[in-house]
Structures are given as C-alpha cells and as structure tokens.
Ligand binder design. Structure first.
Ligand SMILES: *Cc1c(COP(=O)(O)O)cnc(C)c1O
Length: 381
C-alpha cells in the first residue's frame, strides 16, 4: 500500500532517541528547550513551547488567550476536528466560516461578512483559527486587518504548514497572528510520534502556555501569588493540564528538523510532478496563491463530481493506494449536528468535500511512483 503520507526516519533520528534513553532525563530534560529553540529559529518567532500534541497546543493556546464560557471561536469547516474542539474544551462555543473555492482555506470575504453580522448581533468571536489546509497559508494579511477592526485574537492552525511561507516569511513567524501551532503526528511535516508546539512573539502568552502544560504550576517567583524563598516551594496559579512532551520526543523532533529542508524539497517536487502529469486531465489541481509557498503536507485533487470521487477512491484503495479525504466538514459530525449545525451550513465547504481526494505525497516518493499514480488516476477519471 502506498500511503497518502508517512514518516521518514533516518539512522540519525534513531541515534538521537537512543542517546536520550541512555541519559538521565526521559522527560523535561535538556532536549525540550533545544527542540523549542530549533523550531523558534526555523520560524523566526521569539518563543516556542513544546507540548504533547497539536491538539494540546490548540487547547492551551486558547486557554492562554483567555477563552472561556460565554466566548466564541471561529474556524474553517474543512479541517481536522481538533481546530474546533479546542473551543469546547474551554467551555466556549464554536462557529464556522465558509471556505474560498480556490484555496479551500477560510474565505476572508466570508469572514468579513460574518463579522459584520456578528457585530450587529453582539456576538463577535474572541479567537479566529485560520487553518493552512494542505500547507498553503491562508490570506493572513486580510484576516489580520479584520482582527484590527473587530478585535479578535488570531491563532493559526499550522499543523500542515511547517516549512511553508507566506509573503516570503515562514509560517510560524506570527507576523499576522498572536500565535501558531504545529503538530508532529507521524503523518505531518516532521514527527515526534505524537507532539505539538505553540510559537508566538508574545512572551506572556508563551509563559502561560508553558505553565498550563504542567498543571498551571510555576517555580518562577515573578509568577507567584504569595511566594517563598524556600527551594522546594512552587505554586499552582491556574488550572492547567498535563500536556508535556518527553525528552525522547524532543530529541527526535530536533533531529527531524535537520531533515526538514530535504522533506520540503521532495514534497515540492512530487507536487510539481503531479501538476505536470495530470495537466489537462478531468481532475481539478490545487490552485496556488502567489503570496504563499505550500509545504505540501497534502495534495488534494477535485474529482469531476461526487460519483467519480466515490468510484475513484474505492478503485485506488483496491489498487493498493492509500488515498484519503480531507476533510468531512466538521459541523457534519454527529457531535456537532447535535449542537444545532444543519446540513449545508457552509455550501462551498460541502461542494469541495463532495469531490475532494488526497493522493499520496511524502518524501519517500520517486518520480516513477508518481508516474504510475498519475497513470492510475487518468485511467479512472
Ligand atoms: C493533525 C492536526 C491537528 C491535531 O494534531 P495532533 O498532533 O494529532 O493532536 C490539528 N489540526 C489539524 C488541521 C491537523 O491536521
């Protein structure tokens, strides 16, 4: 089976993990700050906080931005459920902004219109979570302008977009946001098995996330309410969770970061090969915003229609190709339907979903693999 994505581990990665296993620290040792520094420097952000998953990164960033009961978070319906669930974990509500039909990302025009309505209704969002689908950045400058006008925080879900750029700067530099999160799940751009990261230029936000990942406990005098000079003294100042990354994972992550440039260039090659080999076919190819350079976490085709997608999906799977669909609109999940979201809530997202097909893209693919995948796709079209 050729999977739609997979991890790529080297002997160096394995050696990095083994070295931690032989060291004094398995968790919260020296590898955590080293990995955080590597990620921060790669993105050009001032602060990075490693956590146990992309989902924890979203959850803790929301908590650190003060999201709670009575607040609302808006995101795209075309995402993994975690981008919306993070609001519910905080006791807030969630709502969805329809996508742009060419980028499949949150539409800034739809956002603008929804904000105008929400202001009249007195129900503006506290946080907007743009999701960089497949690794292509959202139109961040427009979303940022709207945030100035309407006063919401921006939390980028960059789970797909480590290594992507927007206006020539790395996603994660947070030029147009308060914070961004990455996921290091096995299928993502680099992996730590499970893992995530919050990057931000806001020192206070980073400190709150760091405290919340370890129960809301601090040992820093300046963060304490009372305080004591005793060395054993610590304080729990907030209700946090346990979402720490281990040193084992951080060592793997830092080693994987070194391979990221090669991963990126091969993913970009694979995407270009698909573009060349499927040109003029019945498939809709992913449109690229000239302001953004995708990291190509996913390569998403649009089949001719819903029937074709169903048929091609089944035939590709039968032929040993792990095609996939990203994503079912979040509000169509039974849990969200119960919250009152009707079918057809975001018409552009539904039209996209009906025809979407993710084909394999990962650093292990060679030209001849992509040639045979493209041949299969053309025959089935
Ligand atoms: C993978 C992913 C997440 C969650 O990351 P985990 O590390 O699996 O918790 C969140 N959002 C998107 C868009 C993702 O693809």
């Amino acid at each position: 089976m050729i999977p739609y994505s997979k991890q790529f581990l080297s002997e160096d990665d394995i050696a990095a993990v083994v070295a931690v296993l032989r060291s004094d620290f398995l968790t919260q040792g020296p590898e955590i700050p080293r990995f955080e520094k590597a990620a921060r420097q790669f993105c050009g952000a001032e602060h990075a906080v490693a956590v146990s998953s992309g989902t924890s990164a979203l959850h803790l960033a929301c908590l650190a931005m003060g999201l709670g009961p009575g607040d609302c978070l808006w995101t795209s319906p075309i995402t993994f459920v975690a981008s919306a669930n993070c609001a519910l974990y905080c006791g807030a509500t969630v709502d969805f902004v329809d996508i742009d039909s060419s980028t499949y990302n949150m539409s800034p025009e739809a956002l603008k219109e929804k904000l105008a309505h929400a202001r009249r209704a007195g129900k503006l969002p506290k946080i907007v979570v743009p999701v960089h689908l497949a690794g292509q950045s959202c139109a961040m400058e427009k979303i940022f302008e709207l945030s100035r006008e309407y006063g919401f925080h921006i939390l980028e879900d960059a789970s797909h977009a480590l290594g992507a750029t927007y206006r020539e700067t790395p996603v994660g530099k947070c030029e147009f946001s308060d914070a961004a999160v990455f996921s290091f799940h096995a299928v993502k751009m680099i992996t730590t098995g499970e893992g995530g990261m919050v990057v931000t230029n806001d020192a206070g936000l980073a400190a709150r996330v760091a405290r919340l990942r370890t129960h809301g406990i601090t040992r820093a005098k300046e963060e304490m309410a009372g305080g004591s000079e005793e060395d054993w003294y610590y304080e729990q100042t907030d209700l946090g969770v346990h979402a720490r990354m281990t040193d084992i994972q951080a060592a793997l992550g830092r080693s994987q970061m070194r391979a990221l440039p090669q991963f990126l260039s091969r993913r970009r090659e694979v995407a270009a090969w698909y573009g060349e080999l499927l040109a003029g076919s019945p498939y809709g190819l992913p449109w690229q915003d000239p302001a953004a350079a995708s990291s190509w976490h996913l390569f998403i085709l649009q089949c001719a229609d819903a029937e074709a997608r169903k048929r091609i999906f089944a035939a590709m799977r039968k032929g040993g190709v792990g095609v996939n669909v990203h994503y079912i609109p979040v509000y169509r999940q039974p849990y969200y339907r119960k919250l009152g979201f009707p079918a057809g809530y975001c018409p552009k997202a539904e039209a996209y979903y009906a025809r979407a097909l993710s084909v394999p893209v990962h650093p292990g693919l060679e030209r001849n693999d992509v040639e045979s995948l493209a041949r299969m796709l053309r025959e089935l079209a």
